[in-house]
Design a protein around this ligand. Sequence first.
Ligand code: COA
Length: 273
Amino acid sequence: MEFKFNVNDIFKQPIVEINNNLIPPGFSGDRRALWDTLGKVSEVVNTMGEASAVAQGLSKPITTAERLRNSEHKLYFLIDQAANNGKGAVTGMLKTGNKGLYVFDRDGQHYQVTPPCILDFYIHESRQRTGLGKHLFEHMLQKEEIEPVKMAIDRPSDKLLGFLNKHYLLNSPVKQMNNYVVFDGFFPKSAEPSHVTESKPSGNLGRKESANGLQKFTSPQGRYGAPRPPCSMGQIIHNQTTNNKNQEPTGVKSLPATNYQGVHLGGAQIVSQ
Ligand code: COA
């Protein structure tokens, strides 16, 4: 994608990373230069976002300068510095970010996760299928120190599914209700260390910690995280008296294996010490 201005003046490397301040790496200059640069970066973001939306058949762009400014997402731009008579051209864009998601594995087991996600990905039509997508994707994997299988993908196109299959042998996507897609290796292995507590499909209060540390599982929040009054059924099961208010646990807890008893009640695992 070519622009009226010199792309090489604002993007000084073949791959640049932009975040919510929209300032390109290596920028230096006064206030006026900063405003000028921010205007040009916004134009690049909006133009690439629009082209990506058209390529994916979306009714409106999912990547805009405005949205980037209000997010924790990262944008990687691929630059052809020699194009456009040395003024440079932007040939690709990849957007990543962490999202709080509920995902189901093939057995219907659900997980509350905040994984890194592929949120948008576009290579200019004139350069597709020449290896640029792989080049940009590999750069991102290195920067974010992540394996593709540990990422969730937002509404992948058939082209992207083909891309992931070809380059990373990711096939048989596990499609989610929220339009995200994950692959089998996304989920922790079934033989988890015994200190892990997991929720069953019908409960939504649980948390599960991944052995590989790449997935962040969050604890119950809001009303689910609030202290609860004693549950007499739990106390009867655990042979406790009903007048000690401190003995009822809050939500689902993850505890050392040597120090808990677990009971399945209504799908969620309630744990007491
Ligand atoms: N049809 C089918 N598969 C395609 C494809 C197309 N038009 N373009 C790329 N692919 C897949 C194929 O597996 C291809 O391998 P092949 O040529 O041997 O069949 C592989 O990607 C090529 O890899 P690479 O050259 O590194 O990818 P790329 O530079 O073409 O980038 C995309 C891949 C998906 C980013 C790019 O095709 C694109 O921008 N598509 C339009 C926007 C889009 O669908 N984005 C995904 C958003 S979720």
